[in-house]
Write a protein that binds this ligand. Sequence first.
Ligand code: NAD
Length: 266
Amino acid sequence: MARFTNKSIIVTGGGSGIGRAASILFAAEGGSVVVADKTTAAHDTVNAITDAGGTAVAIEMDAGVEEDVIRTVALAVDTFGGLDIAFANAGISGGMANIFDTDVALIAEVLRVNVIGPYLMVKHAAPKIAERGGGALVLTASVAGIRSGAGSPAYSASKAGVISLAMTSAQQLSGSNVRVNALCPGLTETGMTKPTFDYAREAGKMDRVGRLNPLRRGAQPEELAKVALFLASDDASYVNGQAIAVDGGLSSSHPVTKQEYGRTAV
Ligand SMILES: NC(=O)c1ccc[n+]([C@@H]2O[C@H](COP(=O)([O-])OP(=O)(O)OC[C@H]3O[C@@H](n4cnc5c(N)ncnc54)[C@H](O)[C@@H]3O)[C@@H](O)[C@H]2O)c1
């Protein structure tokens, strides 16, 4: 039996990248998916799902606006009879401005979408998931939230906040059978990173993309989505309050001179 048969699932940021891949994979495994995005791309993802025989509905919403999150949870409950899983994945990079060039409006917007968004989803989805006897929330953080070096100060602070939110939420949901984990992607080819990948391809420098991790490449969105599905599924029934890095091994090392497989270290 497919892992998500009879499961009602919300995916924010479902119009592109990791969220689109996860929406499609959830539906392919029997899930009924509310694809939520601030753009009309949510409808494109739903069309891809229904064309393949799956079940999904789209909603245009802003993940950082409380009324919109309430509307999204209500859509899942009203359409699919309840809620079992929420993947709070919508996020923005906010650019690469350093601390001295980041104005308060920019950091406030990054925190609004990246931290308040997942916070609102925990607040409004968890009680509905608990009503079904339990389930899971997966919040998309980033390797940028683990340590410096993978995004702007605003973005990194926001993603560290998501990791903390997963931990504190897991604790505050004690006894509810609702699990909360954070997914920490490394560099992944999506709408957010398109300029990086496009530039590298055009310049013939794809060998430099992701070269700091032991796998020496960036990820495809499906590689992240599959881990999100694992964390959302009963396969991860004892995984709770964790930040799971999916980064080709990037965050497993301090910065050192890399050893080359098959060569003697000097
Ligand atoms: N791509 C990477 O290398 C990478 C690395 C680490 C973490 N992440 C995180 O992964 C998540 C998904 O991003 P992606 O890489 O798939 O990028 P993406 O740009 O392809 O997809 C993000 C989606 O979120 C939507 N979105 C943005 N703000 C929203 C809002 N306020 N309300 C609703 N929807 C909104 C966008 O319209 C878009 O469809 C983000 O949280 C991002 O920070 C990505």
